[in-house]
Design a protein around this ligand. Sequence first.
Ligand code: HEM
Length: 710
Amino acid sequence: MSANPGIPSSGTPEVNEPTTPVPPLPRKPDQATAEPYSPTGCPMHISPDVNAQQGEYLTTAQGGRLRDTDHSLKAGERGPLLMQDHHFREKITHFDHERIPERVVHARGAAAHGVFKANGAASSICRAGVFAEGKETPVFTRFSTVLGNRGSADTVRDTRGFAVKFYTDEGTWDLVGNNIPVFFIQDGIKFPDVIHAAKPHPDRDIPQAQSAHDTFWDFVTLHTEATHHTIWNMSDRGIPRSYRMMEGFGVNTFRMINDKGETSLVKFHWKPKLGVHSQVWEEAQITGGVDPDFHRRDLADAIESGAFPEWDLGLQVFPDNKEQMFEGIDLLDPTKIVPEELAPVQIVGTMTLNKNVSNFHEETEQVAFHPGHLPPGIDVTADPLLQGRLFSYLDTQISRLGGPNFAQLPINRPHAPVNDMFREGMHQQGQHIGVAPYQPNSLDGGNPFPAEPSNGALIDVPVPVEGEITRSAPASFDDHYSQARLFYVSLSPIEQKHVADAYTFELGKCYEKAIKERAVHVLSNVDHDLASTVAKGLGVPAPEKKDLPEPTPSPALSQVGKTWPIDGRQIGILVTDDLPEDQVADVASLSKAIEDAGMVPLVTSTSGGTIGEPEEATGVAVSRTYVTVRSIEFDAAVVVETPEQPEVSILLSEMIRHGKAVALVGDATAQVPDRMGDAPGVVTVNAAADALDVLTPMLKGHRTWAANPA
Ligand code: HEM
C-alpha cells in the first residue's frame, strides 16, 4: 500500500526547466496499455512501449525534428503568419480534431486493466474456454454513469455501467452490465424515450446528470414498468461509495451451452470483495462539488497503491425450459430479478483490476463494448431489451469512433485470430493480402474456411420460435410493482428511510404538481407508508391504502448488517503542525499500523510538509491540509489534536452525521461539535496507537448507521 497515490509521472521534476535531451520517461509502474496485438488479432512480440512516443527530440507527425514550437512562422517579427508554416497548420489542425463524440449514454467513465481467473465451476454448463479451471484471461473494465456528460460529476444519483471486455482465446466477450440488476424498460425500442426523458430538458439543457426533474418523473410514472429500476436508483445503490464497492449485473438473461450441447439460462453477477457500500446523499452532493472525479480517482489511487479491486463472477443458473420462466418469474423480462434465495449465485471465477490506463482517450474513451460479443458457449436470449441492444451498440460506435474499423483500435483488438473478409473503410489498419475476400473461393485456396462447433465455432442454439408478428408484450410482463415491493421490504429501516428521502428530494425538484401526485399514486402500489411519507414531504394528498402482497424479503438485496474487508479504506489522522514530539511518534506508528492493515492513512495538518523533524525518524509526511481536505475523503478519522478553525468542525460534524467512525484521542473531545460527542460512531481512546483496534470493527460494517440522525 502506498500512502500517497496520485503521483503524476514516473519522473521527479526539478524546479528549473530541463535542458538536456532525454528519452521519453517510462510509464508509471501502476499503468498498462492495450496488449500488443495486431489489428487482426495476432500477438506482436514487442514491448508496448514501441507504440509510445519515441526519441529525444520534438518532431512533426512525419518525424522531422523541430527547432521551435513556440512561435509561428511570420513575415517579420511583427508580421502576419505564413501559409507555408506546415508545423503550425499540422499542430493546430490536429488539435482542432482532438475530440470525438462522447457516448450518447454512459459518457462519463473510468477504466482499468486486469485479469479474470476461472475456478472451473462453470465448465459443466458452458463450453467457453474462459471458464476452464485455472484459465486466466486479460480484461479491460469500464465503469460509468449513464446520464451525465463526459465532464459531469461521478457521485450523482444514477445507475452505474459495469462493462467488462474479456480478451478470450476464442474471441472477445463483452459482459456489458450495470450495478442495478433490472432495467427501466422491457423493450429496446423504448430506449430513446427513457434516455430523452432522463437527459437534461431540451430547451435549457438542464439539469446535468440528474434524474431530479420533471421529464424523468413524467416518463417513469406514465411508464410504470420503470418502477422497479427507479426504486433501486432511489436507494443507496444509486450513490455508490466507490466503483470498487459495487455489485455488477448482466441484467439480461443469457443462454449457455456445454460440450454435450446441453443448454441453461443464466444471469451474471459481479460480487465485490469489499462489499457493497454507498455514500449518503449529503455526502454525494458535497463530493459532486468538492471532488467531481471522486470515483475515478478512487479507482486509480487504489490500483496505484496496490489495493487491487476484486470481484467474484457468479451465475444464477436456470433450466432452459420452453417457457423460459423460473418460479413464476419471466426470465426474458429485464425488469425482474430472481432472488438469490431462490437461485443462489454460484461463483465461477474472480476478476482483479491491477493496472491503470496509460492514456484515457486511447483506452477508456475508445473502448467499444457490445453485448453481442460472445464466445462459443454463450448465446443471447429473446429478451426484447437485449435484442434491441444487439443492434444499438455497433450502430452508435460507427459514428462515435469514426467508421466501421474501430475494432482495430488497440484497446478493442481481439486476442484471437481475425479473418473476417471485411475490407477497406475509414482508418483501415489491417494489411490484408490475397484477392478473394469472399466465401467460397478457390483463388485464395478457400481461405477463410467456416469452422464447426468441434473446432471452436460460435453456436446459434436452435431455439424454436412461434407466434404471429405483433407489436405487443406477453401478459407476464404486466406486473410492474411486485418486485419493487420485494426490494423495498428487503431493505433495513435506515435504507428504507434513504429511499423515502430520495423520492422526496427528487420529486421535490419537479415543478409540476400533477407529476408529484402521479408518482405518489405509483408508489402506493409499492408501499403505503413509503407513499404516505413522500406525499407528506411533497405536500400532496396522501394515497389510499391498497391491499398489497407480502413478499418474503430477500436479505441479499440489503447492504446493511454484514461485515467486509477494510482494504483500501482511507483514515484521516487529524493533527496540528506543532504536535509534541511524543505524539508525533504516536502518529507515525498509527500511520504505519493503518498501512500494514491495508488501508490508507491521510495525515491532515494545518500546513503541508511534515510534522515533527523530517530529518528524524519520527517526521511524518502531511497528506492533506485543512484547506484541501473534506470529510468525503475519510471512511474514518482519528482526532489527535486539531486547530480551532471552522473547517475542522465542519469536517467532524459531516463525518458524524454521515455515520462514519471517529476516534478521539485523550481530550480531543472538546473539538467535536455540540451534542455530537455522544453519537455511537464516536469513541474516545487514550492514545493514537489504540485507535485502530476500535475503528476496525466499525469500518467492517462500513457505517455506524445508528449514529446517523438524518
Ligand atoms: C440491460 C440493459 C442495459 C445495460 C446493462 C446497459 C449497459 C451499458 C453500458 C455499461 C454501457 C457503457 C459501455 C462503455 O463503458 O463503453 C452502455 C452504453 C450504451 N448503451 Fe446500454 N445498457 C442497457 C440497455 C441499453 C439499450 C436497451 C440500448 C439501446 C437499445 C442501449 C444502448 C447503449 C448505447 C448506444 C451505448 C453507448 C455505446 C458506445 O457509444 O460505445 N443500452 N450500456
